[in-house]
Design a protein around this ligand. Structure first.
Ligand SMILES: *Cc1c(COP(=O)(O)O)cnc(C)c1O
Length: 480
């Protein structure tokens, strides 16, 4: 498969090159030249791993020989044999549980695979470089990247998170990481500052040359990397099959779904699945109180000039949604136009387009999020996290029919918010909150939480946005 930049068709790369680079040299995102069609009948009854392998092969054919091993290693640490099980809650709702990996959020599905894909890509390219991953996180990518790259030879990870914008459990997860090739730094700013800072580092030629002289290449574990996006296509296919197997859906019947959205990667993987032939029906983008995307969907105007609101769903507290660029490219099919829009966005914080039809857009305010967590608990004894609740509320707003909602994090990552929603007392310490949540929800405590309970967090390191560049050089010196 050949990839090219969303901003310039002449900037082409193989899958291996696109994975290693993370972002195209002009700042655009790599997109596949075509979206391959999948013959679903050939995959009936396939395991998650086999389905993943089949999809990887379509996108990364030059890594073919390595793929079975990659898939096996990537999904070995999940606590459910289905990897992404589907739970039918009632006649209107099924949840696709994407949080059975080591860090309890959907990012694991891609980030447990990406380091292996990256190593295979370097091997295929015959390169000996060390890879330094720079990642901006709104909470979940950080730990998932650290877990994925822990102990991976010749690699290092720096995670930048908004120092005051992640949940306590997310912070604890990042700071209890024991591997020396990873570090999490709290940036004095919000997620958009972290993301813009990382993008600036990728565009910093002098920095890259300095590192290249020492055999180090920068890359990204954010969903701007195509190696992050492709693994997410898998669960749309396996979820559909699971619903058919459970008799909830007739084979071939369109499935409506709602996806809690921040950087648009998860939703875009669903759009790709549909283009590849999966019978998806109405697809809804669910935002929290930072509803830039909803406004864009309703008016065609994307306007990030507004204060970022810190919500109970921090992984969706995003105003510049980077994968929207790939969606715009898919819909407009015009790299020059995309480049112009992205330049406008960078310079003015906004761009205007005609309204795009085809998908639905909705958002949930904080009151609705807390009410939804309580409602679902009271009606069906199902405890969901605030990100999932955003999507459940939006799904109810847009339709009375049956929908699949993507459940992106375990409730154990947000015990304070979930206990509050359930009307329970919130104890002081995280440990006591987890216990209270177990008591209330009867959800078994996941293994990774048990480990966190006994681990001692490192000291938190904070950096100013201006000091991010220096932090890269310093870390690279220590690690490689
Ligand atoms: C990252 C994340 C999201 C948003 O996913 P995008 O691909 O950025 O749209 C939603 N929920 C949780 C729990 C997440 O970690």
């Amino acid at each position: 498969m050949i990839y090219h930049s969303t901003r310039d068709l002449s900037l082409a790369a193989t899958g291996a090159e696109a994975i290693v680079a993370g972002i195209a040299p002009d700042g655009g995102l790599y997109v596949p030249e075509v979206l391959p069609k999948i013959d679903r009948s050939a995959w009936r009854g396939a395991s998650f791993q086999d389905m993943a392998c089949g999809i990887f092969r379509l996108f990364f054919d030059e890594l073919e020989d390595d793929l079975p091993g990659i898939v096996k290693a990537a999904y070995a640490s999940f606590d459910d044999p289905a990897i992404a099980p589907v739970r039918v809650v009632n006649e209107r709702l099924a949840l696709l549980e994407l949080w059975h990996g080591p860090t309890l959020a959907f990012k694991d599905i891609a980030l447990q695979a990406l380091p292996h894909l990256m190593q295979a890509a370097l091997k295929a390219l015959g390169r000996q470089e060390k890879v330094l991953i720079l990642t901006a996180t709104s909470g979940d990518t950080g730990k998932a990247a650290m877990a994925g790259f822990a102990d991976v030879k010749d690699s290092g990870v720096i995670v930048y998170y908004p120092a005051d914008g992640v949940s306590e459990a997310q912070r604890r997860q990042m700071l209890t990481h024991g591997e020396d090739n990873t570090i999490a730094l709290g940036v004095e700013g919000n997620f958009d500052d972290c993301q813009a800072g990382v993008k600036r580092l990728f565009a910093d030629r002098v920095l890259q040359e300095t590192l290249a002289a020492r055999g180090i290449r920068l890359s990204s574990a954010n969903s701007i990397n195509i190696g992050r996006l492709v693994p997410q296509i898998t669960y749309y296919f396996t979820a559909y099959e699971a619903l058919v197997r459970k008799g909830v859906l007739e084979d071939g019947q369109p499935l409506d779904l709602t996806v809690p959205t921040g950087n648009f990667g998860d939703f875009l993987a669903g759009v790709y699945a549909k283009e590849m032939g999966l019978p998806l029906g109405q697809m809804t983008v669910a935002s929290n109180a930072n509803h830039v995307l909803t406004d864009f969907g309703e008016t065609g105007v994307y306007d990030a000039n507004r204060p970022l609101v810190l919500t109970a769903s921090p992984s969706m507290d995003i105003l510049i949604s980077s994968n929207l660029e790939r969606y715009l490219f898919l819909r407009l099919g015009d790299a020059e136009k995309v480049r112009a829009l992205m330049t406008e966005l960078r310079e003015t914080g906004r761009f205007a387009l005609q309204k795009l039809d085809g998908v639905r857009w909705g958002w949930a305010d904080e009151t609705a999020v807390f009410a939804t967590i309580r409602d679902l608990y009271e009606s069906d004894r199902v405890t969901i996290d605030p990100h999932t609740a955003v999507a459940v509320d939006v799904a109810r707003q847009v339709s009375d029919g049956f929908q699949l909602v993507l459940s992106t994090a375990s409730a154990y990552k947000f015990p304070r918010e979930v206990l509050t929603a359930l009307g329970r007392e919130v104890p002081e310490t995280l440990e006591a909150q987890w216990e209270a949540l177990q008591e209330a929800s009867k959800l078994p405590v996941p293994q990774p939480i048990q480990k966190l309970r006994s681990a001692r967090p490192r000291l938190e390191h904070r950096v100013a946005v201006d000091a991010m560049r220096e932090s890269v050089l310093e870390f690279a010196k220590g690690v490689f």
